[in-house]
Design a protein around this ligand. Structure first.
Ligand SMILES: O=C(COP(=O)(O)O)[C@H](O)[C@H](O)COP(=O)(O)O
Ligand SMILES: [Mg+2]
Length: 422
């Protein structure tokens, strides 16, 4: 009979193997706890241990212990801890089970005053259990005609409450003005004032008309967020209506639901747009929770094609290391398809040059208020956004481009300048 004590989970000489999942945590130990003591408790509780010394029959136990294998203390209280997990601890292909280990009980442990899961290094054996994205950044030329410019999208605003007539009218103006994608807002799903099926059917019919009229592919990020079986049904409806994209609020819907939707998306050639509403509940504080970097990694494994990752500080919402997260989404992950990062939130034509400087052009840019708030309306707002992208890609100052026969951009600059809205 052997015991499993907390100290069994600390080994600063252990070198993670290529099959370990290696997680980076920042922690602040409880005031009466050393970093070592806190680190071993985090490794224990997130793997196979608990607070009491256990007596087990080795013949009946698979050793799935994690190891706190590196500690780097800060000048102040706390520091970073690296924990290596054996992949046998995890169920292949179950993101819910993995997160219940590495971002589960430990978030509430009294042994730490705070803990944040900052980053994960995923072993190939775990990555193979997930489908990854179908398209990723290739949507720009496989499903749209964006070429080497950013994919452009807009959300009708007010975000909810518009009638279906008004929604479809705004869509028509925005597509005519030059956006590639219409997008439902995160809380527009199937409400009486703008019912799902009617909205989808009529919007996609206009998308086909504007594809014809403009010679550029127009499509629609349809928010299918709902109970899982209903999401499957809605995804199939979008495919039946000729749509090429669906959108899921991945945090509020849940990762197991996303995995189910990914299977349906594969069958129907649908790209998945991940809205991350509620992410800031656990990634905004820099000392506790789960980082957006980790969330983006989870989303890529589960197979979304696009995900919102912030505006590099140029928009209305708090951001975390947008450039670093975007780089990871496009990095090699054992051949896993990349993900198209989406910049959104308070963007307007006056900040696109700075945005492209910060994030490059291999992104999607979403502007809601920054298009529909244009002094001359939605179509002019879309034209202004397009003109701002043109100028930014040519390296021409926005005002010069505006004055060179782009009055819609001039009007946007007159109204908003280069302000960062809040
Ligand atoms: O509707 C919008 C932005 O509208 P607008 O363009 O009018 O500000 C999105 O929900 C936010 O960008 C989400 O935030 P994030 O992109 O950070 O997840
Ligand atoms: Mg929104």
């Amino acid at each position: 009979m052997t015991g499993i004590e907390y100290d069994d989970f600390l080994d600063l000489d252990y070198e993670p193997t290529g099959t370990d999942l290696v997680c980076e945590f920042s922690i602040a130990p409880a005031s009466d706890m050393s970093m070592e003591a806190a680190a071993s408790r985090v490794a224990s509780e997130s793997a196979n241990g608990t607070w009491a010394a256990l007596h087990v029959d080795e013949a009946e136990l698979t050793d799935l212990s994690a190891v706190a294998c590196d500690i780097r203390e800060n000048a102040g209280p706390g520091g970073n801890v690296t924990v290596a997990y054996p992949t046998d601890l995890f169920e292949d292909g179950s993101m819910a089970q993995i997160l219940s280990c590495i971002a589960g009980n430990i978030m509430g442990m009294k042994a730490v005053d705070s803990i944040r899961l900052e980053d994960c290094k995923w072993p190939e054996t775990l990555v193979e259990g997930f489908p990854g994205p179908q398209f990723g950044t290739a949507v720009a030329h496989e499903k749209l005609d964006a070429g080497d410019r950013p994919v452009l999208a807009t959300v009708p605003k007010p975000k909810v409450g518009l009638s279906t007539d008004a929604h479809v009218d705004i869509a028509e103006q925005a597509w005519r003005g030059g956006v590639d994608l219409l997008k439902d807002d995160e809380n527009l799903t199937d409400q009486y004032f703008n019912p799902f099926e009617d909205r989808v059917e009529r919007s996609l019919s206009v998308a086909r008309e504007l594809t014809e009229e403009t010679g550029e592919k127009k499509d629609y990020l349809v928010n299918i967020t709902a109970e899982t079986d209903e999401m499957v049904r809605r995804a199939e409806f979008v495919a039946d209506q000729g749509g090429g994209f669906i959108m899921v609020d991945v945090v509020t819907a849940g990762w197991s639901a996303v995995q189910t939707v990914r299977d349906v998306a594969e069958k129907h050639d649908l790209a998945i747009h991940a809205h991350r509403a509620m992410h800031a509940a656990f990634d905004r504080m820099d000392h506790h929770g789960v980082s957006m970097r980790t969330l983006a990694q989870v989303a890529r494994l589960c197979g979304v094609d696009h995900i919102h990752t912030g505006t590099a500080g140029l928009g209305k919402l708090e951001n975390e290391d947008t450039p670093g997260i975007n780089a990871w989404l496009k990095s090699d992950l054992y051949g896993t398809t990349d993900v198209l990062p989406v910049a959104s939130g308070g963007l307007h034509p006056g900040v696109i040059d700075a945005l492209i400087d910060a994030l490059g052009t291999d992104i999607a840019i979403q502007a809601g208020g920054g298009i529909h708030g244009h002094p001359d309306g939605t179509e002019a707002g879309a034209r202004a956004l397009r003109q701002s992208v043109e100028a930014s890609m040519q390296g021409v100052p926005l005002r010069d481009h505006a004055d060179a026969g782009n009055p819609e951009l001039a009007a946007a600059l007159d109204k908003w300048g280069a302000e960062t809205p809040r």
